[in-house]
Ligand binder design. Sequence first.
Ligand SMILES: Cc1ncc(COP(=O)(O)O)c(C=O)c1O
Length: 393
Amino acid sequence: MRSGRPAQSERFTPRTRPVVPPIHHSVTYFLDDVAYKDVQAGGLDEVWYGRFRNPTVDVAADEVRRAEDAEAAFMTSSGMGAIATTLMTLLRQGDRVVAARQVYGDTRVLLVRDLPAWGFDVEQVDAADLEAWKHAIASGPTRVVYVETLANPQLELADLPAIAVVAHDAGALLVVDNTFATPYSVQPLTHGADLVVHSATKFLNGHSDAIAGVVAGNADLVREVQRRVITLGTCLDPHAAYLVWRGMQTFELRMARSNETARALADVLSRRDDVVGVRHPSLPDYERAEVAVRVLRRDGAELRTGAMVSFTVSGGDDRALRVMRSLEVACEATSLGGVETLVSTPFNSSHFSLTPAERRAARIDDGMIRVSCGVEPSDVLIADFSRALDQEP
Ligand SMILES: Cc1ncc(COP(=O)(O)O)c(C=O)c1O
């Protein structure tokens, strides 16, 4: 046992400013008048206890704030932590949510099982059907409208500017999950969203080695979310925050590379006779091309069409499994957004709980494979997919 106070605090002087932010593992900080004042004001501004604020978590949040061009951002324990904390911040007893039907599996569980059990009314609509949004939002006082920028795994792009107008006309707030598209391709706040949520576990971290979430947007709303993180305890661990900060240092580079690879892969796959469909915003037959032109960011004339590709092989789910298991570079694994290419088949992973008929209705075809492109050389990756498809006719 040590006797006396830890000495290392005195070593932090202006002379030793690190280039890379240190990981502040300390959960508690010496109190002074400024800290006491903050304690008494609710604890939102100063660092004195880790569940309220942490300097490493703050620097990670600031990276995402800049990427999303947001007034403010606050990190949470996970993507689900960001979504649940945001909804618990905005909703009051009896409030109504209108959400897209095409959302991540656990978000769906939160929307259709948990929120109704807690007394909230939830209606789901087809994300691509603007008339359905209008109808659902108009059919009762709506507090929150919830949508993912790019639907998983169909990769349908939401018409954010149009949905924002419908939401705001009805006095509702628009919350957008931007995990799949990332701020590299779409900045939802510039299209009218009030808050953006992320699974920072994915492309923001980029290395499949941290679970984290973030909420960004209007400063007053983010401050309310911050208040709820304190009481719900959905704060981020500082080590995970550091890994997100580090991932963000290469965010643009990684995204540029994997966007390019996704475009090349989608093009090659779309030319094959044994591939019956490819979903990627770069392709000439992309169904939401008109929305893509308005919503996606661009480099010169080129749209930033994202790092996710979904394609459907002839031969159904059996062949999809065989093809996926013949891949030698891409990894058969859940999640997305890592430097390694991650591949999964929705029928037995993200969307296994749907019946085949429900999957087809949701445009998840038999034989669909979802690809999150990493940063491997694109020719190596394309050769891997071509070989696996040839090998498993
Ligand atoms: C679109 C989307 N949102 C939210 C989440 C939840 O993120 P996390 O696993 O960090 O809680 C995921 C996870 O896959 C996701 O794909």
